[in-house]
Design a protein around this ligand. Sequence first.
Ligand code: 26Q
Length: 792
Amino acid sequence: MFSSKELFIDAYINRLEDTFGISYKEADNYQKYVILATLVKEYALNNWTKSKEVIKNNHHKQVYYFSMEFLMGRLLTNNLINLGIYDVVSEAMEDLGFNLNEIENKESDIGLGNGGLGRLAACFLDSIASLSYPGHGVCIRYRKGFFEQKFIDGNQVELPEKWLENDFVWETKHENESVLVPFYGVINTKEADGKLVFRHDEAVFVEAIPYEVPIIGYHNNVVNSLILWDAKPCGDNEEDYKIADSLYPNDSTEEGKILRLKQQYFFVCSGLRRIVNQHKQNYQSMDNFHEKVTLHINDTHPTLLIPELMRILIDEEGYSWDKAWHITQNTCAYTNHTILAEALEKWDVNLIKRLLPRIYLIIEELDKRYNAELMEHFGDDKKRINSLRIINNNLVHMAHICIYGSFSVNGVALLHTKILKEVEMKDFNEIYPHKFNNKTNGITHRRWLFSCNPLLSNFLNKYIGKSWITDINQLARLNDFVSNPEVKKDFFRVKQGCKEKLADFIEKKEGIRLNVDSIFDVHVKRLHEYKRQLMNALHIMYLYNRLREDSAFYQNFHPQTFIFGAKAAGSYYMAKKIIKLINTIADKVNNDETVNDKIKVVFVENYNVSYAEIIIPAANVSEQISTATKEASGTGNMKFMMNGAITIGTLDGANVEIVDLVGMENAFIFGLRAEEANEYYKNKSYNSREVYDNDNMVKTVVDMLVNGFFTNVGKDEFKPIHDDLLNKDYFFVLKDFRAYVEAQRKVNELYKNQDKWLEIALKNISNSSYFSSDRTITEYASEIWNLRKMSL
Ligand code: 26Q
């Protein structure tokens, strides 16, 4: 049906008119979207079935990527591209007088994630399928995804995000493949044939219903799956329905903790049940489970896979503990995404005991046996052993279960893995050096370059041909052109085109017009103190003063637009204050005629994947200014680089590898290094008040938070920020401020030399291929998962 424009138009009109009972000319864009997506899904169906057969018939090993988050964004455009039917459809739509872009925009974002970790999972699915590996995602079908953000009076307000209000066209429901997940109850034991047998009585069951979403590879006929589990109460327990109600924001407080644990067991238990059933159907035994399946544990959230697999092997399959442990340990692999202590998951013993009684018994046994191993290594160093135990101080340490129960433990950037091995998980690394490894993150260039930046893609096609789409390493060939004046001019036009598109979009959505000749300086990511949006804000306040006080500075300054996008967890007080501060600064700066032709500030509302796809291509400057040691990797940094923005950043996370590849001279690097930050932390020797007392530049901006500079807010509105900076400043904002101002000065200076700027921007693009998730997934597949490619 997609083989020619004519055939497609015919099928499309027929379906549209049959479905809605109207003439195609009367259809609205949403109706046009639904029919297009439906036909695309049907078109992929054949290859979906075939992919499953190939896996089965050729006994392929498969990976299941268990993640509480998949931040997929929209699917239509990427599916059209990957199926190789974008052009046919686009031309057909034009013939019909339809606007494909407007139709694409009718799709809701699939926002089943908070930020980096969830988007990484989505990029990985694209690369796994596009590289022809058999691998699938497992998650929860949250009825409400990541909240919708509104600003009222400059304050963030969270609204429920109802992506399922319209039908979700891509999914297939498998009602008859539902499974039951047991909670609560009691465990009774009895002896049979000299063995202890465990029976789970009086459990409360929740029904789990799988939905399958096709994950379509690029031009290779491969279709994998994302499996989303919905919860349905058995009987009249309203509570159970809530399990799939909504996604948790990543810094949420006490409230709802039980529900979070229920979610974790719910998707682990149902996901694994389905996998085990399929495996037994194919192989009639669990003996070779670890040879045919890897369960990937995306951060500690799916940790319960380890005791759940043990439960199945022991209680249902009758294996001995040792045999079951051998299979489990060789099946599970774990990725750590953060070293922030407060993000390491610990669960109250009593909670697990009550909610998951059998799982708790297994965790207890794990703790006992693990303890024996620890004693072998560390003798009677009690203190050390206690810090490594699975159960300590009445808490279950999920990361410790993962390290013990997995054959691979990886960090997500070189620096991050180094810190894990040498600091955070040093003792574990001593016991299991062979488990620890690095897999630097990546992003799918099909979404983050090819699909979201057609201008740059055409530019690349023109100079280096189209082969980069399937072999991203070809990007390096752009290096031959980076100092060619014609090419630079051409690239300038590309960037300006992207900036115009963004400016139009922002004008429509936020009601503010941006100057496309200004420097687009972009800071988009979750709002967190360690990411230091506050430092960026203080710098804008500094600029405001300089521009008003110093006419030479004013004359010399190239106009610069500061674009922010970020959501704060609803319960994160400081983060919400910082949003209010930036919105207040925007209000002040944008309405002050003495500065507003030089600087503008815009905080876009409800930043999400689709917004990112418009913002990132338009950036000149990429803000990656986290406190050294705190950002495990970052992935936005990679997307910006690939789209020709220049990084202003600290030597943190993958920024280190970005400058390794592009060269220090082609980025603006400043601030404390990881070792320095760690020294301060270790010795508790940082005193922010000292910086404040001795640096007038710092003092001036900090004072402005409380001295009546902001007139439209209460006097004490920003006092909490002010006080935190002076009394704590855990993230070294004041310490790094002067260095940041200096780096920003260089940014502004360099932009005036377009010849040089464009060359550096092009070098960033041509050295970015390492950050394609195709490279990352190739490493996972060969070094951790041990997968073979499918041929279809
Ligand atoms: C934990 C317990 C209870 C409730 C929520 C959570 C929770 C949820 C989400 C904890 C952490 C997250 C998300 C973490 C995350 O996004 N980490 C980011 O992962 C990226 C991909 O590896 C890295 O690039 C980022 O550096 C890292 O911050």
